[in-house]
Write a protein that binds this ligand. Structure first.
Ligand code: ADP
Ligand code: SF4
Length: 679
């Protein structure tokens, strides 16, 4: 690292009446903790403030009950009764020298209107934005508009009383009434709030002006605005009305927070977008306004961050995922410890979990959402009372994470892996097209372990029960992983499929270098990334590929990572022939026998030379069974305990290590948020 190379990231920046201590912003991202879980949410924010983020964002907060995101884990700032909890959160952020911001929102036709009984509000009479929900929006009349403006103003006042430094007016992600008024696709009004660009902009301008008036120079006002819509009818684009909005409102907000819309375009994964992918759309903003500009782009590299600022693309670096994966990223850069950064791998497991209404989980950071309830710190592990020896068999994600956690506590840790290189599935799968960043799971942990004197790493060392027993470690952890099944048993079909066993290749075979020849049929009863990633990879290597799945859609789970449309497009582009709603009934040399999943009607055979089964995995317990037979105590961790996602394997390694250290409650009951009962 060159002297002063990253100094620009630590220059304070004036934003209206407040000054950010540096250029790192933890974005107002959805963290899966609603207003009913304030302690856990404060734990998340406080940890990032401690880790050096200059501004800490409160997630989307409804300004009143007509913005009804019922059932989703968001925040509220409806009335004075909500101010106290927000003020406490702000206090915890200020205690670490960071500024606190809040994203105030009315979600317009993105609202649900189920819980509160008020109609969903829109610029025009429209269906709500979830086509599968039987609800519609009321076209707002003048009194609705007046009330909405009052609601925004009142919420700004409450934000000020909660001591926020920056209040956002939110107009992004196709999830804001202000955006909905702006959009010619939604706004078909004929009054002064519809029709011309100036008329459609009127409500956003009024709300911003009134926000500034209410803030009265004591709090900065930010505008979060999507300058470009990636898809949809009558789009707002960065070379059209997106730019016009920035020109029209140029110096009205104190801070421009700009991105692209909708959420799947904003939060793209590493499989489909490079770091800094929003630059082409947002870089014009700084040419148009004199106010600071903040943007996102899955930034983890300080060099790219510096480049964005030096080239005049952005003034501030916003991060949701990078701050989830490494809450201490800014401090590590400041302290010259860039190689210690735990880089986000861009997998969107965090998004998939949040969409399930669950507190956010992260593949790289097992302590995410555990800050308050389990008291886990992302960088520190309390010292073990007595240093002991630990033998870990398997250097995949779970083995390496357990090793790091136990070594940080002071134990003498040995990791043995039969493969020539440590990393297990994170390394092997990173060879598949689009999944290169999976290797970061290994890279971060391996580098840390290599720096520690109390860690011994042995790649190329297969251990059997004799070897483990002879080692006489105080503790044995088996992180031996899981193996893909070849017999066709999957997630929707629990029985073997005739002809599969002995003939099908598995992802393990392919990743271990098995030869594939001729046309390939991949049978996907797993529904996550493996089948589609292999299909594209093999197709681009010149094979004819057929992808068959018993479910109605391909790669079903990837809707939750916001990737499914892109996966389908990629398959199409690579020439993969797809067969949804198609169940395999047998394999005979040269053909997959299939039927319709819904009716059972036989379909024409699919001719292929090679069959690849991507169905389910079973724990690899050979060593565990042998040790159990000899009475050698041990724990199975990660995929060897229960096969799952990379995230689950890392988490398992961490949890088992903490349990072994004796920090976890015996009864497994961690701290919970308890609602107040009024008697
Ligand atoms: P997880 O996701 O739980 O970390 P992985 O499948 O990624 O599991 O990693 C398991 C690792 O265990 C692999 O790298 C494999 O080579 C290693 N392994 C399995 N059995 C043995 C053994 N008997 N001795 C040494 N290493 C083993
Ligand atoms: Fe990044 Fe994946 Fe963690 Fe989300 S879950 S922050 S995408 S590593």
């Amino acid at each position: 690292m060159l002297e002063g190379q990253y100094d620009i990231l630590f220059e304070p920046l004036k934003i209206g009446p407040v000054t950010a201590p540096n250029r790192f912003v933890m974005m107002p991202y959805a963290n899966g903790h609603s207003y009913l879980m304030p302690n856990g949410a404060i734990g998340i924010r406080e940890m990032r403030a401690e880790g050096g983020w200059g501004i800490i964002g409160m997630q989307l907060s409804e300004i009143d009950p007509t913005s009804d995101l019922s059932g989703l884990p968001y925040e509220r700032l409806w009335d004075e009764g909500d101010v106290k909890a927000h003020a406490h959160s702000v206090d915890r952020i200020h205690a670490h020298g960071a500024l606190a911001s809040i994203e105030l929102a009315h979600t317009g036709i993105r609202s649900r209107g189920i819980e509160n009984g008020y109609p969903v509000l829109g610029p025009s009479s429209l269906p709500t934005l979830k086509p599968d929900m039987p609800y519609s929006a009321k076209a707002m009349d003048k009194s609705d508009i007046k009330r909405l403006r009052q609601s925004f103003r009142a919420a700004i006042g409450r934000a000020k009383r909660a001591d926020y430094d920056i209040a956002y007016v939110y107009a992004s992600h196709d999830a804001s009434i202000l955006w909905h008024f702006l959009s010619p696709a939604y706004n078909t009004r004929t009054d002064e709030y519809g029709g011309s660009f100036d008329n459609r902009l009127r409500l956003l301008r009024e709300v911003l002006e009134e926000a500034q008036d209410e803030a009265a120079g004591e709090m900065a006002i930010a505008l979060r605005f999507a300058v470009h819509e990636a898809s949809g009818p009558k789009r707002i684009t960065c070379d059209g009305e997106g730019r016009d909005v920035v020109e029209a409102l140029a110096d009205l907000p104190d801070l421009w927070d700009v991105n692209i819309s909708g959420w799947s375009a904003d939060s793209q994964t590493a499989r489909y977008a490079r770091q800094g992918y929003q630059e082409d759309f947002t870089s014009f903003v700084k040419q148009v306004t004199n106010k600071p500009v903040l943007g996102v782009g899955r930034f983890t590299s300080p060099d790219i961050m510096v480049s964005q600022i030096k080239r005049g693309v952005l003034d501030m670096i916003g991060s949701a995922r990078a701050s989830i994966a490494d809450p201490f990223l800014p401090n590590k850069i400041r302290e010259g410890r860039v190689e210690d950064i735990r880089e986000c791998i861009g997998c969107n497991v965090c998004v998939s979990v949040e969409l399930s209404g669950v507190q956010v989980r992260c593949t790289q950071n097992p302590t995410m959402s555990e800050e308050w309830r389990r008291g886990w710190h992302p960088e520190m592990v309390p010292a073990a009372e007595t240093p002991q020896s630990v033998l870990i068999v398997g250097g995949g994600p779970s083995g390496l994470e357990a090793a790091l956690t136990l070594a940080r506590a002071g134990h003498e840790v040995t990791v043995a892996d039969k493969a020539d290189e440590m990393g297990g599935r994170s390394l092997r799968e990173s060879a598949i097209k689009g999944l290169a960043s999976w290797a970061r799971v290994r890279d971060y942990r391996l580098y840390q372990l290599q720096q520690m004197g109390n860690v011994h790493l042995y790649a190329g060392s297969e251990l059997d029960a004799d070897a483990v027993a002879e080692f006489e470690a105080d503790h044995v952890l088996l992180a031996t992983g899981a193996l893909w099944l070849e017999d066709g048993r999957g997630r929707s079909n629990l029985a073997p499929i005739p002809g599969f066993k002995g003939n099908a290749l598995t992802p393990d075979d392919i990743l271990n270098g098995s030869e594939v020849s001729g046309a390939i049929v991949i049978y996907d009863d797993d529904h996550y990334y493996m089948a589609s990633a292999l299909a594209v990879d093999l197709a681009e290597k010149g094979h004819e590929v057929h992808l068959v799945t018993p479910l109605p859609t391909l790669s079903g789970w990837m809707g939750n990572t916001l990737e499914q449309p892109k996966v389908l497009g990629e398959l199409l582009g690579a020439g993969v022939k797809t067969y949804p709603n198609t169940t395999a009934t047998g394999w005979q040399a040269g053909a997959l026998n299939v039927m319709r999943s819904d009716t059972g009607e036989a379909l024409p055979d699919i001719a292929a030379t090679t069959l690849v089964a991507v169905t389910n995995r079973l724990p690899e317990t050979t060593l565990s069974d042998a040790l159990t037979a000899r009475g050698v105590p041990h724990r199975n961790i990660g995929d060897a305990e229960v096969p799952g996602t990379l995230q689950a394997a890392v988490y398992s390694g961490h949890r088992h290590a903490r349990e072994l250290l004796g920090h976890e409650p015996e009864d497994r009951i961690f701290k919970r948020e308890r609602p107040t009962l009024f008697l």
